[in-house]
Design a protein around this ligand. Structure first.
Ligand code: MEV
Length: 325
């Protein structure tokens, strides 16, 4: 009985530590997979309809795998996105039989923690396993990146790489290779996120226009971001806390300079520093979304202070990437 077979896969979200935006122009970046995951369960259906439910969003819809369309008029534009990722992931994993897909999200949506990449990666793994296709982690990451390109139009490989492989990863120039950074101490990190969400596509476009208008001013900023990533790589591996904090703060200044800061993000950045963080910066696209604070010995103070106005939580590194549950 097909209906009785079910497979669950999960994949972690991520946070960018250094190099957001610059990575779009081929610069290196460092990101960490975080201990917040997306869980995707796939089981067979007796009828010939494929259906998806995303519990935390209250979203559900029917998918047409043959024509690649979503058949649900109940899905608002805002929530349609997540169904697009699931649909394209099922197709990439060569799903032809009708299935019931349940997505459970431990990752806050719109906080820049890569929830769509985590859902994509977990769906590709669960569907491949359900379809009895052997797939390597490298293949999952490649297919997931193609799904992101299909749905978003543009995307770097950061989110899909981290959700697939886990750990802390240095993505080299032009994403030619990724290096797993061996960090043998718990990174004391806090995420603070605002209710306002930034639109990654629009922010990337805004930055692109600035570069076109002022290349002589903007290009050196991106060179500095690259230098920061290279200093950070060594500092993170060696546990040089003061250096990590210092360059996070410099990186924040540069993100402000390229125009992706907001008043809410800035307030959180300063709240974190006042509460004892030695470094704090925007993580991800900005324009809303999240900040990350580096707070050795002060995690609780930073979480408490940010929580007075916005939402904050501690994160730990997820060493494991995508996995079958
Ligand atoms: C968004 O999380 C990070 C950006 O660098 C865009 C990308 O890498 O695709 C702004």
């Amino acid at each position: 009985m097909l209906e009785s077979i079910h497979v669950t896969a999960s994949a972690p979200g991520k946070t960018i530590l250094f190099g957001e935006h610059a990575v779009v122009y081929g610069k290196p970046a460092i990101a960490a997979a975080v201990d917040k995951r997306a869980y995707v369960t796939i089981k067979g259906r007796a009828d010939n309809r494929t259906h998806v439910t995303v519990e935390e969003l209250g979203v559900s819809g029917f998918l047409d795998l043959e024509n690649g369309t979503i058949n649900s008029d109940k899905v608002g534009e805002q929530n349609r996105g997540i169904l697009e990722y699931v649909l394209k992931s099922l197709i990439k994993a060569q799903t032809t039989r009708s299935v019931e897909v349940t997505v459970k999200l431990d990752i806050p949506i719109g906080a820049g923690l890569g929830s769509s990449a985590a859902v994509t990666v977990a769906t590709i793994m669960a569907a491949s396993s359900y379809n009895q296709i052997n797939i390597t982690a490298h293949e999952i990451a490649e297919l997931a990146h193609q799904v992101e390109l299909d749905v978003q139009g543009a995307a770097s490989k950061i989110d899909t790489t981290l959700s697939t492989h886990g750990g802390v990863i240095y993505l080299s120039k032009n994403a030619r290779e990724f290096v797993n950074l061996e960090i043998d101490y718990p990174l004391p990190m806090v995420i603070g996120h605002t209710k306002k969400t930034g639109n990654t596509g629009k922010l990337v476009e805004l930055v692109r226009k600035k570069i076109e208008a002022q290349p002589a001013v903007m290009n050196p900023i991106f060179d500095s971001m690259e230098a920061i990533v290279n200093v950070a790589r060594k500092a993170l591996v060696n546990g040089e806390h003061e250096t990590i904090g210092l360059i996070m703060n410099i990186n924040q200044g540069l993100l402000d300079a390229i125009g992706v800061n907001t008043e809410e993000l800035s307030n959180m950045v300063f709240t974190a520093r006042k509460a004892g963080a030695i470094g704090s910066k925007i993580t991800g696209a900005g324009g809303g979304g999240s900040i990350i604070a580096y707070c050795p010995g002060r995690v609780e103070e930073v979480v408490t202070k940010i929580n007075q106005h916005e939402k904050a939580f501690q994160i730990n590194i997820a060493t494991e990437g995508v996995r079958l549950e």
